[in-house]
Design a protein. Structure first.
Length: 158
């Protein structure tokens, strides 16, 4: 079970046929396992990682720390639900430490991100404060190394 999930997590493009060979199982069994994982919500989706810095698409990425007052009988969930329903929000995490929620968004400009924080996040009832951090450069994300450093030089850094 977990071997199949690990393989898919590392490369969602692997075909059921290739997975069956790797796991020494029947292709039909692999297809059924994947289908069941999708129905049970274990597999939530598939995506492609793109290095947008190598394209002409302009955007900024930001992490916003949010402090909130948890609601009675709901904790942080009610505010989190309001936030994750915004299409701009790519990721949302409940955190330990100095703030409660970490929100990751992308926008076309810093101004667009700032307006999202000021007009949408900061106005939510129970939000005490926000702190926005802009990503200046992405080195590694989702286990993928970004940038123009050649592979052999990356290995020498380890």
């Amino acid at each position: 079970m977990s071997e199949l999930l690990k393989l898919l997590e590392n490369d969602a493009r692997l075909s059921p046929k290739a997975l069956a060979l790797m796991l020494e199982k029947e292709e039909g069994d692999i297809k059924k396992m994947i289908e069941n994982y999708e129905k049970e919500g274990v597999i939530l989706g598939y995506h492609t990682e793109i290095d947008w810095d190598k394209t002409n698409r302009e955007y900024v990425c930001a992490m916003i720390e949010i402090k909130i007052t948890p609601q009675r009988d709901r904790g942080y969930d009610h505010v989190a639900q309001k936030i994750y329903n915004y299409p701009e929000v790519e990721s949302l995490y409940l955190m330990s430490g100095g703030f409660d929620l970490a929100v990751f968004i992308k926008g076309k400009t810093m101004r667009e991100v700032a307006l999202f924080v000021a007009e949408r996040l900061a106005t939510i009832e129970d939000v005490i404060s926000t702190s926005t951090h802009f990503v200046l450069r992405k080195y590694k994300d989702n286990n993928i190394i970004y940038g123009s450093m050649p592979t052999d030089e990356r290995e020498n850094c380890i």
